[in-house]
Design a binder for this molecule. Structure first.
Ligand SMILES: Nc1ncnc2c1ncn2[C@@H]1O[C@H](COP(=O)(O)OP(=O)(O)OP(=O)(O)O)[C@@H](O)[C@H]1O
Ligand SMILES: [Mg+2]
Length: 600
């Protein structure tokens, strides 16, 4: 007598359920997907006890015909695909015909539905033990069909479908032990709903828990929905993007580093409308932010990748949260570049942080006449250099209104606060600039651009700068002489404990050369010499920019401040410094009025 036996159907379904139904949130995900596949425009979700006691999803979709109801609960029965060809270019969320059967194997399920042509609704539920069909034996297929043989009864329903899933895991207590607290399970359900809501702003959603309303998303356009779902805080820092390359399209919102997170909780990536957690896409995004975001912080985004369904396999994960791309490399490149471009777009090209005011009087906007507070000795050597370069290089940088009368995005400087912040007025209100951070960013971008173009322009020092050096610094200078030369820093030993700096990159001539060289030596010593400069070039340039940038507590003149503003507008990624801090903030007139409780 053999020992291999076919499993009973219920057990087969319970095993399958283990993969699909991990917790209440996974049930909710399947039900929402079914409603969307059925063309719903309004979906109402009710949860009890974190979804363990009850998950009820009501939609206004196309409904299920009474004769199809038993099949809806049967395994491997679907209305969505019929052939391998369909599977390869599937456009619906569902295609396996497995979700409801799996759920019905581990919970009490009732489906009430009214197809458009039906005179009233019909209901099927699995509360009763299934009755075998006459003449059916104990073979596996017979068993599979039998499990769906629940009675179908008439029911009152206006339209659409209501699915109730009660007492999850009532018959598999071992699994129930893995569930977390009610609050945690509810939070997971809420997250599932938020993802769906982001993917489908054209659909209205409500969510209640234990009788109290928790979410209400009216039908909206994407940006309004994103604001509601991801939050008001995210929105002002989010750059919209929409990039197309052949059959690929990446659209959505990407937050500038001024809004970053300590976790990955605000990373929403959708592939053809399906929320995924995909290593390739996450990696491409991570890289796009690498240059502007501190390593310990995580970017926030809501991104939609659209492509030909034939180019992506969605049938690789039981919960369909992972996908496989046919052209993985091409997709990685495309996503990385599209994001990097969106994040780097100069301020002037991006939508202003605050909407321009309606008042026509502000259309022509003249620089204010106030003089800087406490104009003292013009000690900002770095800034003078910088301002001179700015004036010489570009007429728009003079701080005067541009020829076409358009007001510059960052407006005109008013004054400097404690040698740290520049105050400016633009058409939306008040602008505050962290001058060191802003200058650092500008220098960094200039250094990068300069190095891309060829060997850096250097400035030979009239008198070599002598530095008393430690043994480690002496060694580092010896080991990395060539690297330093490539960076435009000529440094050589001048004695047993002394280094002589003979030239510096011209861009940084006004900074603090001593600190610059010391930091570079330290940076270089910390990493094995084998690591190519190319790979670490940007890190080194960032170090240089930091020391080349004007220090706080330097007094600037108004033209210098205006030159800084104009340069910021033209610099890529100017709204954050190399450390991911913001370089400027806008206070709108509304915000100022609110501060003073001025009713307008
Ligand atoms: N809310 C609904 N409105 C209309 N039809 C539905 C609804 N929910 C389920 N159905 C019908 O029941 C069938 C079975 O649903 P089920 O979720 O088990 O499988 P599926 O969606 O086809 O595939 P998958 O297992 O990948 O989700 C669907 O193919 C669909 O025809
Ligand atoms: Mg489904």
């Amino acid at each position: 007598m053999g020992i291999i036996k076919p499993l009973p159907d219920l057990l087969i379904s319970q095993i399958a359920a283990g993969e699909v139904v991990e917790r209440p949130a996974s049930v909710l995900k399947e039900l929402l997907e079914n409603s969307l596949d059925a063309g719903a425009t309004k979906i109402d979700v009710q949860l009890e006890e974190g979804g363990v006691r009850l998950i009820r999803v009501a939609d206004d979709g196309g409904g299920i015909a009474p004769e199809d109801l038993p099949l809806a609960l049967a395994r491997h029965a679907t209305s969505k695909i019929a052939s391998l060809d369909d599977l390869e270019r599937v456009g619906s969320y569902g295609f396996r015909g497995e979700a409801l059967a799996s759920i019905a194997a581990v919970a009490r399920v009732a489906v009430t539905s009214r197809a458009q042509t039906a005179a009233h609704g019909w209901r099927i539920h699995n509360d009763l033990p299934p009755t075998p069909l006459p003449g059916e034996g104990g073979d596996r297929n017979g068993a599979a069909r039998r499990v769906a043989n629940f009675p179908v009864e008439p029911a009152a329903l206006g339209g659409g479908t209501v699915i109730e899933v009660a007492d999850l895991y009532y018959n598999t207590p071992a699994r129930r032990k893995f569930l977390k607290t009610e609050a945690t399970e509810f939070a997971h359900c809420d997250e599932v709903l938020r993802r769906m809501a982001l993917a489908r702003p054209d659909v209205a959603f409500t969510l209640s828990h234990n009788g109290s309303a928790r979410r209400r998303f009216a039908r909206a356009d994407f940006s309004r929905r994103a604001k509601e779902v991801v939050g008001e805080e995210f929105f002002p820092h989010a750059r919209p993007l929409d990039a197309v390359a052949g059959p690929l399209r990446l659209s959505g919102l990407a937050a500038l580093p001024a809004y970053s997170r300590s976790g990955r909780d605000e990373q929403y990536f959708f592939v053809n409308g399906r929320f995924v957690r995909d290593k390739l896409l996450t990696h491409a995004a991570r890289q796009a932010w690498a240059d502007i975001l501190h390593g310990a912080r995580h970017p926030a985004y809501v991104l939609f990748l659209g492509l030909d369904p034939a180019g992506v396999d969605v049938n690789v994960h039981p919960a369909k949260t992972e996908v496989r791309f046919r052209d993985a490399r091409g997709i990685h490149q495309f996503v990385f570049h599209a994001l990097q471009r969106a994040l780097a777009a100069p301020l002037a090209a991006a939508t202003p942080a605050a909407p321009p005011p309606a008042a026509p009087a502000t259309a022509t906007f003249a620089p204010p006449r106030q003089s800087a507070l406490g104009v003292g000795e013009p000690s900002a050597r770095a800034y003078l250099e910088f301002a001179r370069a700015a004036f010489a290089g570009d007429a728009a940088a003079t701080g005067a209104p541009a020829g076409d009368g358009a007001a510059p995005l960052l407006g005109y400087a008013l004054a400097q606060v404690h040698g740290v912040y520049v105050l400016a007025q633009n058409s939306a209100g008040l602008v505050l600039v962290d001058m060191h951070a802003a200058h650092e960013r500008i220098l960094y971008e200039k250094l990068k651009a300069g190095f891309d173009a060829g060997p850096p322009a250097t400035q030979t020092l009239l008198v070599p700068l002598l530095i008393a050096a430690s043994e480690a610094e002496m060694a580092s200078a010896g080991d990395h002489q060539e690297t330093l030369a490539q960076l435009g820093v000529a440094v050589a030993p001048a004695g047993p404990r002394e280094l002589a700096v003979r030239s510096l990159p011209a861009l940084l001539a006004g900074g603090d050369p001593l600190a610059l060289v010391r930091s570079l030596l330290r940076d270089l010593a910390e990493h094995p010499a084998s690591r190519v400069v190319e790979a670490r070039r940007n890190e080194l340039l960032a170090t240089m920019a930091c020391h080349g940038a004007v220090r706080a507590r330097r007094q600037l003149t108004l033209p210098e401040m205006n030159a800084l503003l104009r340069q910021m507008e033209e610099t890529e990624r100017a709204d954050q410094c190399n450390h991911g801090r913001p370089t400027w903030v806008q206070l709108s007139m509304d915000e100022l009025d609110r501060l003073f409780m001025r009713g307008r």
